[in-house]
Ligand binder design. Structure first.
Ligand SMILES: *[C@@H]1O[C@H](CO)[C@@H](O)[C@H](O)[C@H]1NC(C)=O
Ligand SMILES: *[C@@H]1O[C@H](CO)[C@@H](O)[C@H](O)[C@H]1NC(C)=O
Ligand SMILES: *[C@@H]1O[C@H](CO)[C@@H](O)[C@H](O)[C@H]1NC(C)=O
Ligand SMILES: CC(=O)N[C@H]1CO[C@H](CO)[C@@H](O)[C@@H]1O
Length: 951
């Protein structure tokens, strides 16, 4: 039945339109139309064997019936998908590629759940994988695939499927972030199922190529979580396309012959929607129920319509029920949409599970899901099928609903039979280039290795409904893969090359050869007890250590001490001894014996505790700087934080009672001890931190160095140094009423030239005398250049050199030579850069995109460099050892050089008195080696507190 069979006698909207248009023509053609209609009715009758003698069949009845049939079709790949000879994304002209001698983690598991690892070749052609298996006869391959076949000998390197990020805002929250490209959160209502992330996808996001450089090939681009229903999500591949359009990045163009029909949608409950709409959790769930009622209503209308239509009862049916606003929710109820729900707390899971039961739709995954590991059985009660859980590894405690997050969540969820996905939430808090690191940490804290790799490959693709083409390395799948420079779960694993649709993505990659130890699955410590306690204590296991006065550490492989310039390893002490004989006796916080200590032991009168380090080591405690650690608990809860310092320029003006514009804030007065972030940092070997007052303007104030393991300020050794350096910030601000960069520089110049009053004048006198460092938080190379000039000007007037340290300093590498010559130090925080803002846009990305990193460039020019933590991330401080290991590997640093970056260099750059530094704690690690995954902190020897803390 075609267009020519014009309908008659019903109220079909199309028909009315057509009639108006064609007018006379239609009337003239009446006779033939009637004839056609009669034959059509007869035809339908014969099909349905139902007596519909009175029914008038509408125009396009066939299309309507097809739509009805489509309504309840289960989404999935076309039946012939697995016999496809090329990908619909194939770019003509792409040469076939044979990767020879690879160690391939394919993503498949055998019947016993054992992961498949194939040593051999991968052949990619026409955008798909044609062969994964034993080594090929290369000559034969050339004969079949022709001279264009590129043969890449990867020398046994690990190869995995391209990584898949199931929770990303790439393209809709672009980098560098600018007001003109904020497209992830509409504020036009609480439930907006009709919005589509595709409509805001910026094709110029700097993140695409940076993310690919981390091995990620596919991202699920979700709207933000400001709304209860933020809109529909789209799955894209990150490579650029010749069409340069947003649509051409889609893995599946909707409605294309190859589409599965799966759709994705974003929901959010809890704090975020409450915040934006000044509502409550109750309002959000009601908004969702109200929205789903519309969806349900549409389903009912469509079903009633189709039930009649398929029976041939057309009379009075009208047009097919449509509703552009609510159709997506109708499809959710029909089970055709993957629902991704941002959800943190037990109460929120409960609400969404009830919603799913009330409206009978499945949830694909709970995202962020801070408390999921505490309520696995609740999650299993969701309607239809058990949702997967997409989480962060260690991002936690930044808001109330994430307070009970646990680093053991991934393994606990897996133990409970739930599917675990690790994801980024790109660009913040994790930039997607570090997606693999999330999986590595999950593995470190106990998620089995194959599940850790699955959490960023096979598990997300199954949840997205794309497992038939992505996420695995097998014949017929899309040719998206990564060649790694080490085992992918080894710290610092970096792509050597990434293929998307068979196309190599990194031009002239810079690679590093890593020793064979890095090619093995790294050993990780045992955290069984800690994981058990996380659940037992509802996510808040006690973190305070127990203390001992006398401890004997046995099986000590190395001891590292702080030297004048960095670290010295006193291996000599142990020369000739098996490490099983190497012991260290500690009494009242002092090491009293090293080596075989039989005699010392026998003299220990009051007994002692013996701790087996299993070949582990003792090393100086690390120092943290750059995060709000010490000045607050929950970042987004103002009542848990010290707050912002007065700042006469840009911030609130200090009243005269506080000292007027000469007021200076001292971080020591706002310290909070024994916060969970501090104690977790302590347990990771970060035993001291330097905090600076928070400020919204130019002047922050005076820093403080404190012990992360101390219980309160009055405890002995809690404060290492109550006044360190003086801190200011010169950054571009979003608000147009904020003082300009030139105003800030001008003010700083005036203060350095002797202006100012009160305490500010006092501290600037100390700075100009070179007695304390001026520490400047800054990003842009232009501002850095001005600061270097300012330093010279001030020094020539005062005839004195001043100490200047730059913090964050993403663009500092552009002025490495000048910084080195001017004697200005730099604290990179974080050390792995991402261009979140315009003034950070000129990053030096490091391997595989550039040979050098900011770190290596600055070091090469003689700049004193420290590594700091993320500005917003007290939660990241515990990861300092990992960040350090990563940086050391990428820049090929010795252990001594590496340790200095988070100990002695930081002290020097932040005005810590040498004597104070040398009295820092010593950390005892069980097993493993420094700068590796394998070790676990089991104790801290505190010189100042005269004890050993044991964990
Ligand atoms: C594969 O690479 C490894 C490591 O370089 C090498 O030892 C081995 O001989 C290679 N095998 C083949 C078949 O080329
Ligand atoms: C740190 O150094 C300052 C200045 O020399 C000194 O007064 C203070 O006692 C030291 N603190 C500790 C804990 O050693
Ligand atoms: C790394 O440094 C060591 C010496 O510290 C040197 O022998 C080695 O060649 C360096 N490796 C690379 C890849 O630069
Ligand atoms: C299964 C499959 O790949 N089907 C089709 C996908 O689209 C291309 C053209 O765009 C067809 O050639 C395939 O047969």
């Amino acid at each position: 039945m075609g267009r020519e069979s014009l309908p008659l006698g019903n109220d079909n909207a199309d028909h009315r339109k057509l009639r108006r248009k064609s007018g006379k023509l239609a009337r003239l053609g009446l006779f033939s139309v009637v004839l056609c209609s009669i034959s059509l009715v007869l035809y339908v009758q014969s099909l349905s064997s139902i007596n519909t003698a009175h029914s008038r069949v509408p125009y396009k009845a066939d299309e309507i019936l097809a739509r009805c049939a489509e309504l309840n079709r289960k989404p999935g790949p076309p039946r012939d998908f697995h016999t496809r000879t090329h990908s619909d994304r194939f770019v003509p002209g792409t040469n076939p590629v044979l990767l020879h001698n690879a160690t391939i983690w394919t993503g498949s598991v055998d019947d016993h759940g054992k992961e498949e690892i194939v040593i051999g070749d991968v052949l990619m052609d026409r955008g798909i994988v044609r062969w994964v298996g034993g080594a090929n006869d290369l000559k034969n391959a050339k004969e079949i695939y022709g001279e264009n076949l590129a043969i890449v000998d990867v020398g046994g390197a690990w190869v995995t499927p391209g990584l898949v990020d199931m929770h990303s805002h790439i393209g809709v929250e672009s980098s560098p972030g600018l007001a003109g490209a904020e497209d992830s959160d509409s504020i036009k209502g609480l439930t907006l199922p009709w919005l589509r992330s595709l409509d805001g996808l910026n094709t110029h996001d700097e993140s695409y190529h940076l993310t690919i450089a981390g091995g990620v090939t596919t991202s699920n681009v979700l709207p933000g979580s400001a709304d209860a229903i933020g809109g529909q999500a789209y799955v894209i591949k990150l490579r650029s396309t010749s069409e340069r359009s947003a649509s051409s990045m889609l893995v599946e163009r909707p409605g294309s012959v190859n589409s599965t029909g799966w759709r994705q949608i974003k929901h959010a409950v809890g704090e975020n929607p409450s915040r934006l709409y000044q509502g409550t959790r109750m309002d959000t769930i009601w908004a969702l129920r109200d929205a789903y009622k519309h969806g349900q209503e549409l389903v009912r209308k469509q079903d009633e319509y189709c039930s009649a239509a398929t029976k041939g009862i057309w009379d009075g049916l009208g047009s097919f029920p449509e509703d552009l606003q609510w159709e997506a929710l109708a499809d959710v109820i029909r089970g055709k949409v993957k629902v991704h729900t941002h959800c943190h707390e037990a109460v929120d899971f409960d609400g969404v599970v009830r919603l799913s039961s009330e409206f009978k739709f499945p949830i694909a995954a709970f995202h962020h899901a801070a408390e999921a590991y505490l309520v696995p059985d609740l999650i299993k009660k969701a309607w239809g099928s058990t949702p997967a859980v997409a989480i962060f590894a260690t991002f936690a405690r930044y808001k109330r609903e994430a307070w009970r997050s646990s680093e053991f969540a991934a393994r606990i969820l897996a133990d409970n039979g739930l599917k675990v996905v690790m994801k980024s939430d790109h660009p913040q808090p994790i930039n997607a280039r570090s997606l693999l690191f999330e999986a590595q940490q999950a593995y470190f804290y106990g998620l089995p290795a194959h599940l850790a790799l699955a959490s960023i490959t096979t598990t997300p693709v199954e949840i997205l409904g794309l497992g038939h083409r992505l996420g695995y390395l097998k014949e017929g799948h899309d040719a998206d893969l990564v060649i790694w420079d080490s085992h992918p779960l080894a710290l610092g694993a970096t792509p050597k090359q990434v293929y998307i649709d068979g196309i190599p993505q990194i031009q002239d990659p810079h690679t590093q050869e890593k020793v064979s130890a890095f090619q093995e699955l790294p050993k990780v410590p045992n955290f069984d007890e800690e994981a058990k306690k996380a659940v037992e204590y509802e996510g808040l296991p006690p973190l305070l250590p127990r203390s001992a006065k006398t401890v004997v550490f046995t099986n000590v492989r190395d001891i590292w001490f702080r030297g004048e310039h960095g670290m010295t390893c006193l291996l000599d002490l142990f020369k000739g001894e098996e490490y099983t004989n190497r012991e260290v006796v500690v009494q009242n916080g002092q090491i009293t014996c090293m080596g075989p200590c039989h005699y010392a032991r026998s003299n220990l009168q009051y007994g002692y505790e013996e701790i087996d380090l299993e070949g582990g080591f003792l090393a100086p405690g690390l120092i943290s700087f750059g995060s709000p650690l010490g000045l607050g608990d929950i970042l987004l809860e103002d009542t848990t934080n010290n707050g912002n310092a007065f700042d006469a320029l840009g911030g609130p003006i200090p009243p005269s009672i506080a000292g007027g514009e000469g007021y200076v804030d001292r971080a020591v007065d706002g310290l909070q001890f024994a916060t969970r972030n501090a104690l977790l940092a302590y347990r990771a070997g970060v035993t001291a931190a330097i905090a600076q007052p928070d400020s919204t303007g130019l002047i922050s104030g005076v820093g403080v160095m404190f012990a992360t393991g101390a219980r309160h300020r009055l405890e002995k050794g809690a404060i290492f140094q109550d006044a360190t350096s003086f801190h200011v910030t010169i950054q571009h601000e979003e608000s147009s009423s904020a003082p300009s960069i030139s105003t800030k520089i001008g003010t700083l110049r005036r203060l350095l030239m002797g202006g100012g009053t009160g305490e500010i004048k006092h501290y600037f006198d100390l700075i100009t005398k070179g007695e304390i460092p001026l520490v400047i938080t800054v990003e842009s190379a232009d501002i850095i250049a001005t600061l270097i000039q300012l330093k010279k000007d001030v020094e020539s007037i005062h005839e004195h050199s001043i100490q200047m340290t730059l913090v964050r300093a993403t663009e500092a590498h552009l002025l490495a030579r000048e910084l080195g010559e001017a004697g200005v130090g730099v604290i990179l925080s974080p050390v792995r850069p991402h261009p979140l803002s315009w003034e950070q846009r000129r990053i030096l990305p490091g391997l595989p995109l550039s040979k050098e990193s900011s770190l290596s460039t600055l070091l090469a020019h003689g700049v004193t460099v420290g590594i700091g933590s993320q500005p917003m991330g007290a939660w990241t401080v515990r990861n300092t050892p990992f960040e350090l290991a990563w940086a050391a590997l990428q820049s090929n640093l010795s252990k001594e050089q590496a340790l200095a970056l988070v100990t002695t260099n930081l002290e020097k750059l932040l005005g810590v008195n040498h004597w104070n530094g040398s009295h820092l704690d010593i950390v005892a690690y069980r097993g493993g080696d420094l700068l590796e995954f394998g070790s676990k902190v089991v104790g801290v020897i505190s010189h100042t507190r005269e004890l050993v803390d044991l964990f």
